[in-house]
Design a protein around this ligand. Structure first.
Ligand SMILES: *Cc1c(COP(=O)(O)O)cnc(C)c1O
Length: 406
C-alpha cells in the first residue's frame, strides 16, 4: 500500500487542485468524450496565463476598453445616514456595458481566439451575459451565438436588439418552459455538435473545470484593485467585504485577493426571494444540499430525486439553482459566511441608494446593499466595509416602476 500523504491547501488562493476541485467541490462531471475538450481549454489557459503578450493584451483592454480601474467610492451619505461602519462601493457599475461580466467575457473571447475557435456560444436568461459575451466577441472579431428562451426574448427585448446590433445570432428556444433552463439545454446541444470549433462562454464561476478557476482569475482584478485602493484611502484593510451571489463571479472576484487576510470578514448575499419555500428563492448555500449540476459537484437547490428546483429572485442575474464550487468550499470551511436578502429588502435598497447617493444599482447588487444596510448600524464608525456594486440598475427601471406602481 502506498503511503497516503494528506495534502492540505495552505491557502484558499491556491485552489483548485489539478482536477479542478475546491475541497470536495467542482471537478468535471461531464461525458468522457467531452473531457479532452475541457482539458485542452485548461491547458491552453495555463499557457496563455504564462504568456506575457496574452496578459498584456487583456490588461490593456481592461484599461482602455472596459475603463478600469473602477473607482472605490466612499459612500459618505449612506454611511452617515445608517450611523455605523464606513461603506465603500466598488464601482463595477461604471464598466463598459455596466457590470462586472465584461471582465471575464473579454478573457474568454481572447482565449477562444487564441485557440483558433470559430464561434463563441452561450445561453442567456435576462440577456446580461449574452450582451457581455456578444460585446467581447465583436471586439475580438469572432462569431457569437446566444440561445435564449422565447419567453425571455419577449420579456427582454432591448437586450435581444443589443445582441443583434453587436453582430450575435440570437437563437429562440421553443422547447419546454422556453426560459433559461431550456436555453442551457439548447446551447449545450449546439455545442456538442461541434465542440472542436465552438468555445462555450460560461457566464459565471460555474460549470466544469477550468471555468470556475478561469472566470475567477479574470474577475479577481476587482479585489486586487480594491485592496490597493482601500490601503491608499484608509491606510488599512477593510473589516468586511460584501457581495451578492448568483453563480458567484462578482463575489469571488472581490474576495479572492483577501482570502489569506484572516482579519477580513466576508459575506456572500443570496436571494431569499419571496420566501424560503421551494421555488420562491435562489438561496442555494443557505437552503441547498451538495449535488451535481452543469458539470460540477456543488451546493444545489434540488428535489428528492436530485433534480434542480425552480428558482425565483427579483434579480434575474441571481436566479440560479447551483453556485460556484469555490463558494461551497468556502462555506463548509467557514471562511465566508452566506446570508440572504429578500425581494422586498433588495427593492428598498435599490431605492435608498438611488435617493441617498445618486447611484441606481442593479437589483442583483441591491441584495448586497440590503445586507450591508442591516449590518452597518450595528458596527462602530471606525469599521470599514466594501460592498461590490456589481452593476448599474438602468436595465431594471421598467420592472421597478411597475412594482412600485409609478
Ligand atoms: C449576472 C449578474 C450578477 C450575478 O452573477 P455572479 O456570477 O453571481 O456575479 C450580479 N450582478 C450583476 C449586475 C449581474 O449582471
Amino acid at each position: 500500500m502506498k503511503n497516503t500523504i494528506v495534502k492540505t491547501a495552505t491557502s484558499f488562493k491556491s485552489l483548485p487542485d489539478q482536477a479542478g476541485y475546491f475541497g470536495q467541490y467542482g471537478g468535471q462531471i461531464i461525458p468522457p468524450e467531452l473531457k479532452p475538450i475541457f482539458d485542452e481549454i485548461a491547458e491552453e489557459y495555463r499557457r496563455a496565463q504564462a504568456d506575457p503578450a496574452f496578459r498584456a493584451e487583456y490588461e490593456k483592454l481592461l484599461k482602455d476598453y472596459v475603463g478600469r480601474p473602477s473607482p472605490l467610492y466612499y459612500a459618505r451619505n449612506l454611511s452617515e445616514k445608517l450611523g455605523g461602519a464606513k461603506i465603500y462601493l466598488k464601482r463595477e457599475d461604471l464598466n463598459h456595458t455596466g457590470a462586472h461580466k465584461i471582465n471575464h467575457t473579454l478573457g474568454e473571447a481572447l482565449l477562444a481566439k487564441r485557440m483558433g475557435k470559430k464561434k463563441l456560444l452561450a445561453e442567456t436568461g435576462a440577456g446580461q451575459h449574452g450582451v457581455a459575451l456578444a460585446t467581447a466577441a465583436a471586439l475580438v472579431g469572432i462569431d457569437c451565438e446566444i440561445h435564449m428562451g422565447e419567453i425571455d426574448i419577449a420579456k427582454q427585448h432591448p437586450n435581444v436588439i443589443r445582441m443583434q446590433l453587436l453582430g450575435a445570432k440570437v437563437v429562440a428556444v421553443k422547447t419546454g418552459g422556453r426560459c433559461l433552463k431550456d436555453a442551457v439545454d439548447s446551447a449545450f446541444m449546439a455545442f456538442i455538435q461541434d465542440p472542436k470549433n465552438i468555445f462555450f462562454g460560461i457566464g459565471s464561476v460555474v460549470g466544469p473545470h477550468p471555468f470556475p478557476m478561469m472566470v475567477r482569475d479574470f474577475q479577481s482584478v476587482v479585489g486586487r484593485e480594491a485592496r490597493g485602493q482601500i490601503l491608499e484611502d484608509a491606510g488599512r484593510l477593510p473589516d468586511y467585504l460584501i457581495a451578492c451571489v448568483g453563480g458567484g463571479s462578482n463575489a469571488i472576484g472581490l474576495f479572492h485577493e483577501f482570502l489569506d487576510d484572516k482579519e477580513v470578514k466576508m459575506v456572500g448575499v443570496e436571494p431569499s426571494g419571496r420566501s424560503f419555500k421551494p421555488g420562491e428563492n435562489a438561496a442555494t448555500l443557505t437552503l441547498g444540499q451538495p449535488g451535481n449540476i452543469h458539470g460540477m459537484f456543488t451546493y444545489l437547490l434540488q428535489d428528492e430525486k436530485g433534480e434542480p428546483l425552480p428558482v425565483h429572485s427579483i434579480a434575474s442575474g441571481l436566479d440560479y439553482p447551483g453556485v460556484g464550487p469555490a463558494h461551497s468550499d468556502l462555506k463548509d470551511k467557514g471562511r465566508v459566511s452566506y446570508e440572504v436578502a429578500s425581494d422586498e429588502e433588495a427593492l428598498q435598497a435599490f431605492q435608498d441608494l438611488s435617493r441617498i447617493e445618486g447611484i441606481i444599482p442593479a437589483l442583483e447588487s441591491s441584495h448586497a446593499l440590503a445586507y450591508a444596510s442591516k449590518l452597518a448600524p450595528a458596527l462602530s464608525p471606525d469599521k470599514i466595509m466594501i460592498v461590490n456594486l456589481s452593476g448599474r440598475g438602468d436595465k431594471d427601471i421598467d420592472y421597478v416602476a411597475e412594482r412600485l406602481g409609478m
